[in-house]
Design a protein around this ligand. Structure first.
Ligand code: 3H9
Length: 709
């Protein structure tokens, strides 16, 4: 029997009576996110339960793999559809019959809030409970800040809400988020049995708003003060974390209804903020990039044993990423000594994690048990996929691929980790170009989330799909890129770094540029990054490009001059900064400033002063313009692919949503006006992208291209 009023609501929230228990099933694929229909359906169900004398308890469950993943994020930014989620939660809590939430899979955000508004909670193994709103620039806005703090105390509630992490069933039980953990994973049977037990014991509704987790006011106040101090230090311009702390303080100090009003006001402020828009864009961009034309039409090939050629920093990092995801790795090096060094690189990564107590010796041993090394390519005869990470030189790479062509089984995927070489040329040099693609990892490869899947023209769709499948196994954000010098990320980097160098030569110090870029939200400025990665890497690339560089293009020599002195950054104790006595944080260097000053004179530049805002505008304009070129040329499928690349490989602040989303918030006409103004000094560098010009003429934005692609 299914009873419900509104047709949408009836489809997504079904309720049916089972021996005195009204079973309310949320069935809203893919993840039971709560939209207007689910909200209406939940209210209808509770109304039905209260109105029907034969109903003695209510059971709320989710269909499919999750309880409820939270509020429907797609609704934010659109006109509100009543009833609101706080109203729904209040209505559930007010129900006159005991309400049980039976949780499996995700009970996140608004999903957990529905559970907390229920009177009793049971979870099964595999459940994930959390309040991840902070990761979307939000706070739990359906009573979550008030009920969680009352249920489990201020300290635990703050820890959950400020981290956004998920707690498993057992931890949820320990924290007091749930009353019990089911014996089996049959969530429906467990929930129903619990509801019948409550009926049998005549249990009454038990309202979380009356829970006593904040009874010890002193402990609550101390937890709030500690969280506030910590958050002020760590939240780097983010709005919602401090508001979460304020809401928990309100829970401690105010009656429940006033606390709810306080929370609602803060929630709405966050919901309307550009930070929320940026973070929600980031959330969808990360998921959207996983879909490529190839993954839509082709199935990935098998992935069990992976070969890695080269045991340098990159090869070892890739090997660790693979081992960590449970794959077996065969590393090839040219001789025993190099192989030993490769293995030592891998061990070093694990040992550092052991020293930080992030993993145990057993975890390291388990990972290494899947590792094999060889000096002979024949060891790769059974590899499903091979990733080459040798020296960046076309002839060296071709020699490796010739070996792979000789030994690998038919159908093995052959990948290169090149950062800029023409993958098509590598593919064309062997007998199976259809199996060759680029898998461009970022250093340290076991940590950085970005993986560019570089698609040369002749590769088969299932090979590309295998690249995406590998990224999924490695829990990386895969972005599809076309072949060009630098693909998406490094091509943009070259341009916005050039803009920074020009700013430096025109009068800004590298230290001011770094600060301005950090204040915008990047974890580091461009010159700190160069010092960390090693200035010699960019130097080599600049030397390589020297022959093809436009002789009329402006070229800033300062970086080369530091490298000529052997100042490569942290590893040499000097770069743009000084690192005296092995310090990891650099100090400004008067000698570097003198070199810059001399170079300005030589280049005939009259130094100007730039405000931090002017610096950021130029830096971002260069980035956005090159991003537009990359989309225009089809190297990136959509602007959101550029956004995901910059956020996951280059530290672009997530709350600003990536450069293309950020450009939309600034207004593309403003960005174009900036570029045209900068072009007065240097028309060659500041050539507006045809895509940008076209969008401005049509009054459109980058987001429109994300929707139509
Ligand atoms: C909130 O609740 C605010 C409240 O406090 C207050 C309100 C007043 N909405 O990740 P997947 C889509 S804020 C809409 O690939 P998985 C997702 O885009 C919310 N759509 O699967 C994808 O779509 P597509 C707090 C959503 O199994 C599909 O579902 N909640 C939502 O790897 C599958 O997603 C969160 O922040 C959503 N809430 O992981 C939880 N969630 O197929 C966010 C997912 O078209 N969600 N989609 O590409 C997650 O963390 C993961 O999706 C989850 C499943 C763990 C649930």
């Amino acid at each position: 029997m299914t009873l419900s009023s509104a047709p949408d609501a009836a489809a997504t929230v079904q309720h049916a009576s089972r021996g005195g228990v009204l079973v309310v099933t949320i069935d809203h694929a893919p993840v039971n996110a709560i939209d207007g229909a689910v909200r209406r359906g939940l209210i209808d169900a509770i109304e039905a339960a209260d109105a029907d004398a034969s109903v003695r308890a209510v059971l709320i469950v989710g269909a499919g793999r999750n309880f409820i993943a939270g509020a429907d994020i797609r609704e934010f930014g659109k006109p509100a559809v009543p009833p609101s989620l706080p109203e729904v939660c209040n209505r559930i809590e007010a129900c006159g019959k005991p309400v049980v939430a039976a949780i499996h899979g995700a009970a996140l955000g608004g999903g957990l809030e529905v559970a907390l508004a229920s009177h009793y909670r049971i979870a099964v193994e595999g459940a994930k409970l959390g309040l991840p709103e902070v990761q979307l620039g939000l706070l739990p806005g359906a009573g979550g800040t008030q009920r969680t703090a009352r249920l489990i105390g201020a300290r635990a509630a703050l820890s959950l809400m400020l981290s956004g992490r998920h707690a498993g069933a057992q931890e949820a039980l320990r924290l007091g988020l749930v009353d019990r953990v089911g014996q089996s994973d049959d969530v429906f049977a467990e929930g129903l049995a619990y509801a019948h037990e409550l009926i049998a014991t005549k249990a009454a509704p038990r309202r979380t708003k009356h829970a006593r987790g904040l009874a010890d006011k002193e402990a609550g106040a101390a937890a709030i003060a500690a969280a506030r101090a910590e958050t002020q230090k760590k939240s780097r311009g983010l709005l919602s974390p401090l508001k979460i702390v304020d809401c928990v303080e309100a829970a401690l100090q105010l009656p429940f209804d006033e606390g709810l009003r306080f929370e609602r006001e803060r929630f709405v402020e966050c919901r309307e903020s550009p930070q929320r828009a940026g973070l929600v864009h980031a959330f969808f961009a990360e998921r959207e990039t996983q879909k490529s034309p190839e993954t839509r039409v082709a199935q990935p090939r098998a992935l069990n044993t992976i070969g890695v050629i080269g045991g340098g920093t990159m090869g070892a990092g890739i090997a660790v990423a693979l081992l960590d995801s449970g794959l077996a790795v065969k590393m090839i090096e040219r001789d025993e000594a190099s192989l030993e060094r490769g293995r030592a690189h891998i061990e070093k990564v694990y040992d550092a994690l052991i020293a930080k107590e992030r993993i145990t010796h057993e975890t390291k041993e388990r990972a290494l048990s899947r590792f094999e090394g060889a000096t002979n390519y024949d060891a790769l005869a059974d590899a499903d996929l091979v990733i080459e990470a040798v020296f960046e030189d076309m002839e060296v790479k071709k020699a490796v691929f010739a070996q792979l062509d000789r030994v690998c089984k038919p159908g093995a995927v052959l990948a290169t980790n090149t950062s800029y070489l023409d993958i098509d040329e590598i593919a064309a040099s062997i007998s199976r170009p259809q199996d060759v693609l680029g898998l461009h990892f970022f250093s340290p490869a076991n940590i950085m989330k970005l993986l560019e899947v570089v698609v040369p023209p002749r590769v088969l769709p299932d090979v590309v799909a295998t690249g995406f499948e590998l990224a999924k196994k490695l829990k990386k954000v895969a972005v599809r890129a076309g072949v060009c010098d630098g693909f998406i990320g490094n091509r943009m980097l070259a341009v916005y770094r050039a803009a920074a160098d020009q700013l430096m030569e025109d009068g800004a110090s590298p230290y001011q540029i770094d600060r301005a870029v950090r204040d915008f939200g990047f974890p580091m400025g461009p010159y700190q990054v160069i010092d960390l990665a090693g200035g010699d890497i960019g130097w080599a690339a600049r030397k390589r490009r020297a022959a093809t560089r436009d002789p009329d293009a402006r070229y800033v020599r300062i970086g080369d001059m530091l490298c000529e002195r052997g100042w490569f950054g942290q590893k040499t104790g000097r770069g743009y900064y000084r690192y005296d006595d092995g310090a990891r944080i650099g100090q400004p260097d008067a000698e570097v400033e003198a070199i810059i000053e001399a170079e300005r004179k030589r280049a005939g530049v009259e130094p100007r002063t730039f405000s931090d805002e002017q610096i950021v505008r130029r830096y971002l304009a260069a980035m956005i313009n090159e991003g537009a070129n990359i989309v225009h040329e089809g190297i990136a499928q959509r602007p959101l692919d550029v956004d995901a690349t910059l956020m996951h490989g280059f530290g672009f602040p997530r709350h600003r949503g990536g450069p293309m989303h950020y450009a939309d918030t600034v207004g593309l006409a403003n960005v174009l006006a900036d570029i045209r103004a900068f072009a007065k000094d240097d028309p060659l560098f500041w050539r507006a992208s045809p895509l940008l010009v076209d969008l401005v003429e049509r009054g459109a934005d980058f987001a429109s291209l994300n929707r139509t692609a």
